[in-house]
Design a protein around this ligand. Sequence first.
Ligand code: SAM
Length: 275
Amino acid sequence: MKDDELRATVRERYGQAALRVISGAKSGCCGAGPASLDDPITANLYSAADAACLPETAVLASLGCGNPTALAELREGETVLDLGSGGGIDVLLSARRVGPTGKAYGLDMTDEMLALARENQRKAGVDNVEFLKGEIERIPLPDASVDVIISNCVINLSADKRRVLAEAFRVLKPGGRFAVSDVVLRGSMPAAVQRSMELWVGCVAGALKEEEYRRLLAEAGFEGVGVEPTRIYQFEDASAFLAVAGLDSEVLAREIGGRVMGAFIRARKPGRVVP
Ligand SMILES: C[S@@+](CC[C@H](N)C(=O)[O-])C[C@H]1O[C@@H](n2cnc3c(N)ncnc32)[C@H](O)[C@@H]1O
């Protein structure tokens, strides 16, 4: 599939996921379909304390694979950018952390997600937030304008990850931090998994291998790269997302169980942090 067709499919599927939340339902497996009770990728990522300070529709719209704001260092007065902000959960949490002198931007290409995120911002009553429409491959912000880039289960969806990382590097200030949750692979995926569009939209088939992520970050200019597993998907988890993709095979689940993980990826743009 060509890059623009892939992007159109991702946009359409996440548009549907946003509409499901607006109508009171929830999506599962990174938005790939209706939720099962215990979605292995998106379930139980946020603490009760985090959830308590957010509108219910922001929590319901969560389609991530980690909790980047829990692991990222965020300071009062900083500017944060969330790549692929979805219903806005991590933007709203970041906005609280950077306070009224800071700012949290969310960037998303899907109109329905942006509408949901802006509605969640209104319900949360926060002013230091702005949701931007655009693609993470072409970030609509100036060079060196952001202190911290966060993202939650989005970079795996891009057909041009090299470009996304180059854009993240461009908009970060010298000394700026990359602090991202994403699905990461340890080892190769079987061909049936790699070919599955359902598993691409579900954040598995497009995921980078750990060593590729490290290499692409270093090639973009980042230093201090770290990849920390936060959840490793075992046989039962693999069976669940394979079933959503119509690949209900015990053999495949055994093959990929333990090789797919949710991870926190950190890196830094070289240079001196100007306070
Ligand atoms: C798996 S959801 C994650 C949403 C959010 N980060 C969260 O944790 O709930 C992926 C989001 O990224 C957006 N997205 C995917 N590819 C994108 C791209 N190339 N540019 C901008 N947004 C993108 C989708 O519209 C969707 O809202």
